[in-house]
Design a protein around this ligand. Structure first.
Ligand code: NAP
Ligand code: ZN
Length: 348
């Protein structure tokens, strides 16, 4: 049994998004049905609707920063009830029994998680559709409880931009006094600045956009460095314990690794479509660590939401109706985002 839901989809790679009807299942006993109120716009949505990451399934309904109101729950659901505000992030199911699933790293489920869109359910047949739609049906285990007190539009981006930056900051032990450099001030970057600041770090914003300096400081950066300026990299050599790299296009990893102190770590979270090059000496000299990080598991995402609520942190958002989505993509590609577009699904 299924029903039709209004959505917006890219019909083919690189085509503009347009209205489209999708089908959602009726909630089963473990499911919750969520009326989507807000959905954040992640740069991963752009990479995927443009087919930049390889195989992609069309028509594609993007969106994995989903926040909404529970309208129906199955008989075995205990965590959520009708009327609650719930979140859905980048995946909607996993096997639940493999080693990563048992360790709360469902995103690395060995048979393969069901990602929120551009993926299939665990039956490997039913295409998944994301949050640029009015409603979603998700197993309770893969939903998040959104704590009271957060502005709903501003909380939606926590489901991807929030957890993607919180997780490596925790993993690499960001704490009082850690010298953190955040590279790229977009959706992920601005959450990294806020969260690292709340963890007590000494935060430097590394941006190619001079116009973002005042914002960076307001968001919680203690210093701002313009990477497009001549001599910037030389001046900052050896400065940081930890770099969180959020840039969405290819760039010079060697130059960034030079900014780490001995044994410092750089965590790449941005996913440019083309490969990087790396000089071995950039990591060998100084025993430096070059790492990656992908979103976070359900328990860690809940921990991040509770942390953000306690610290009163959410995204700085520009709320748009879905009809402005193609324009929002064009602006993001020009680094013109302050600092996350969020779709209000109720607005025409
Ligand atoms: P975004 O809002 O578009 O921000 C990206 C930022 O990168 C820009 O605002 C800009 O900051 C910088 N940038 C853009 N073009 C640049 C260029 N030509 N040279 C130097 N810097 C440039 O994107 P986002 O949503 O934060 O996502 C960032 C990346 O993370 C994407 O590749 C996305 O797919 C990826 N991502 C990864 C994960 C994960 O789990 N690892 C999760 C979500 C997203 P400045 O103007 O300050 O330089
Ligand atoms: Zn994302």
């Amino acid at each position: 049994m299924s029903h039709s839901v209004d959505a917006w989809a890219a019909p083919t790679a690189k085509a503009p998004l347009a209205p489209h009807n999708i089908s959602r299942r009726e909630p089963g006993e473990d499911d919750v049905r969520i009326e989507i109120l807000f959905c954040g716009v992640c740069h991963s949505d752009i990479h995927q609707v443009r087919g930049e990451w390889g195989d992609a399934a069309f028509p594609m309904v993007p969106g994995h920063e989903i926040l909404g109101r529970v309208t129906n729950v199955g008989s075995r659901v205990t965590k959520l009830k009708t009327g609650d505000i719930a979140g859905v992030g980048c995946f909607v199911d996993s096997c639940g029994t493999c080693d990563p699933c048992k360790r709360g790293r469902e995103q690395f489920c060995i048979p393969g998680a069901a990602f929120t869109y551009n993926s299939t359910e665990m039956d490997r047949k039913t295409q998944t559709y994301g949050g640029y739609s009015k409603e979603i049906v998700v197993k309770e285990r893969y939903t998040l409880k959104v704590p009271a007190g957060l502005d709903l539009a501003a909380a939606a981006p926590l489901l991807c931009a929030g957890i993607t930056t919180y997780s490596p900051l925790r993993e690499w032990k960001c704490a009082a006094g850690t010298r953190v450099g955040v590279v790229g001030l977009g959706g992920l970057g601005h959450m990294a600045v806020k969260i690292a600041n709340a963890m007590g770090a000494e935060v430097t914003m590394l941006s190619q956009s001079r116009s973002k300096e005042a914002d960076a400081r307001r968001l919680g950066a203690h210093a701002f460095e313009l990477t497009s300026e001549k001599g910037a990299f030389k001046k900052l050599a050896g400065r940081f314990d930890l770099l969180i790299d959020t840039i969405s296009v290819p760039h010079d990893l060697d130059a960034h690794l030079d900014l780490l102190r001995t044994e410092g770590a750089m965590v790449v979270v941005g996913v440019p479509p083309t490969p990087y090059t790396l000089k071995a000496m950039s990591v060998i000299f100084g025993n430096k660590k070059l790492a990656g990080s992908m979103i976070g598991g359900i328990a860690e995402t809940q921990e991040m939401l509770d942390f953000c609520a306690a610290k009163k942190i959410a995204a700085d958002v520009e709320v748009i109706p879905i009809a402005k989505i193609n324009e929002a993509y064009e602006r993001m590609l020009k680094s013109d985002v302050r600092y996350r577009f969020v779709i209000d699904l109720a607005r025409e």
